[in-house]
Design a protein around this ligand. Structure first.
Ligand SMILES: [Zn+2]
Ligand SMILES: [Zn+2]
Length: 108
């Protein structure tokens, strides 16, 4: 599985504590839609883009539960948007492997 190579998964050991702190600090107001009831903590600057797990880079967002007012899962929307935006042309594109064979060569 590719999970273990994902830097997003490398949360600090006190992550749960930070998570609680941030939710409390911002009154569970989602930083994406400004509504309350956020249940997840999000990185304002994505880890892959150089963000940190610092409290200053963390804010509540609707993650597991949808926003009662918007009816959307803000975190999923944000992640989808980022995965589109964070693909500059110089970035490696797994689809465009010049050396990839169209199929497996049998008998080798
Ligand atoms: Zn939201
Ligand atoms: Zn909302």
């Amino acid at each position: 599985m590719a999970w273990s190579n994902n830097p997003d998964r490398h949360y600090p050991s006190d992550w749960q504590q930070r998570r609680r702190l941030v939710l409390k600090r911002d009154n569970r107001v989602c930083h994406a839609c400004q509504h309350g009831g956020a249940d997840t903590v999000d990185h304002l600057v994505n880890i892959r883009r150089g963000g940190t797990h610092d409290l200053a880079n963390l804010a509540p967002i609707h993650g597991k539960a949808r926003c009662a007012e918007c009816g959307i899962n803000c975190h999923a929307v944000k992640t989808a948007r980022e995965s589109h935006a964070a693909r500059p042309s110089r970035y490696r594109t797994p689809e465009a492997h010049p050396n990839r064979h169209p199929g497996l060569l049998p008998g080798k």
